[in-house]
Design a protein around this ligand. Structure first.
Ligand SMILES: *Cc1c(COP(=O)(O)O)cnc(C)c1O
Length: 382
């Protein structure tokens, strides 16, 4: 991020101390190796700095979605094993092998393509076999995976390091789908035993699996969201002490009195019911602060929750302090995170990313990964 961008009053603060505590808490809870998931710019937290911190915290493996994310990590000097979880394209296979990235093989045809490239390069590819147990995204269906598994285990040019599947409903502790997917996955793994091959690492659990389904932990877990201290379903109980890692803060750019009957922002969708004090905050949907929060979300100003009024603009939005509210230009505004209350004995006020997602009618994943590169990131507590 350039020095000029750092002049922005708006920033994402990433608490590396909290990240380390989350890793430690999650590891001791599951007692199996952890593959930390870093796709989409580490869920908005910043790919390379977060990966370095995971490596320093003793995470066992990294996981990303796309080959370019894996290459960025290798170029930054990361040494841990890296699995690329997305579907592969034939033209990219050489990049995986050249950058020592583990390939997700999700069909017999793709297995043959990986073998051909590996043979041409004279270097074995390290692969994980993807079994579809009910997500219907990528992977060989569990009910017909026998020949695929056999071909992979006998491959001369592929080393099968893992076998995995992905849970579709694990954020809901009561959903019956998870037990069914686990059963199908274990049946798929039984093909490996049947041909007498050594069992590769079996991994299945995303954050929901880690939090709610111990039987899915198997040989390694693949949490993303939970490592960042956010719950996939905030209503579900969680047995691990996790702390939010990301805060989003800005400052008041403008203060004014809006007269009763005046409308605020594009489309004139919000009308002041009485004379009221309104501040303008310099961040908008162009930064990934969702327009769906128009007249719905809240922010913290001087330790109080205050409503967003009118439409969110590309670069700015307005907040109603009420007829008596006070704030000065440059006062801190917290969009995600905590802020001390005026009365210090009352503890801190807090807005969680889960609250923002609920107000915007979406999930925390989308809020976090939407926060884009226009916002500078600041790393504290490392
Ligand atoms: C994103 C993803 C994960 C991590 O999911 P969380 O819900 O963030 O824990 C794990 N495995 C796969 C295949 C994924 O795509």
């Amino acid at each position: 991020m350039s020095d000029l961008a750092n002049q922005r009053p708006t920033r994402i603060r990433v608490d590396l101390g909290a990240l380390a505590r989350n890793v430690a808490a999650l590891r001791s809870h599951v007692g199996v190796p952890v593959m930390a998931i870093l796709k989409a710019n580490a869920y908005g937290h910043g790919l390379v700095p977060v990966a370095r911190h995971f490596e320093a915290c003793g995470v066992d493996q990294l996981g990303v979605a796309f080959v370019e994310e894996g290459i960025a990590l290798r170029r930054a000097g990361l040494r841990l094993p890296i699995l690329v979880m997305g579907g592969i394209f034939g033209r990219q296979i050489g990049l995986f092998i050249a950058h020592d990235l583990e390939v997700t093989v999700s069909s017999l045809d793709k297995l043959r393509q990986v073998e051909a490239t590996a043979e041409a390069m004279g270097r074995r590819a390290v692969v994980h076999l993807k079994i579809d147990t009910g997500m219907e995204r990528i992977g060989v269906h569990s009910y017909s995976c026998g020949p695929f598994i056999e071909a992979a285990m006998r491959s001369r040019w592929c080393t099968v390091r893992g076998i995995y599947s992905h849970l579709a409903c694990a954020d809901d502790p009561a959903h019956p789908m998870t037990a069914l997917q686990l059963e199908r996955f274990l049946e798929a793994c039984a093909h490996v035993e049947r041909i007498g091959a050594p069992m590769p690492l079996r991994h299945l659990a995303n954050s929901g699996g880690v939090l709610h389904f111990p039987a899915t932990w198997l040989d390694m877990v693949r949490p993303g969201l939970a490592l960042y201290g956010v719950l996939p379903d905030p209503a579900a109980r969680c047995g691990i002490a996790l702390e939010p890692v990301l805060s989003l803060v800005s400052q008041v750019a403008y203060f004014k009195v809006v007269r009763a009957g005046a409308t605020v922002s594009y489309g004139a969708t919000w009308t002041a019911p009485a004379d009221t004090r309104v501040v303008t905050i310099p961040i908008g949907y162009g930064d990934g602060w969702p327009r769906a929060l128009s007249s719905k979300g809240e922010v913290l100003v001087r330790g109080e929750r205050r409503p967003i009024v009118g439409r969110i603009c590309m670069d700015q939005f307005m907040v109603d302090l009420g007829p008596q509210g006070t704030a000065y230009n440059e006062d801190e505004v917290v969009l995600i995170g905590t802020q001390a209350r005026g009365d210090a004995t009352a503890g801190a006020a807090r807005i969680r990313v889960e609250d923002v997602a609920a107000a915007a009618g979406t999930i925390p994943y989308e809020i976090l990964t939407g926060l884009n590169e226009r916002i500078p990131r600041e790393y504290v507590g490392g």
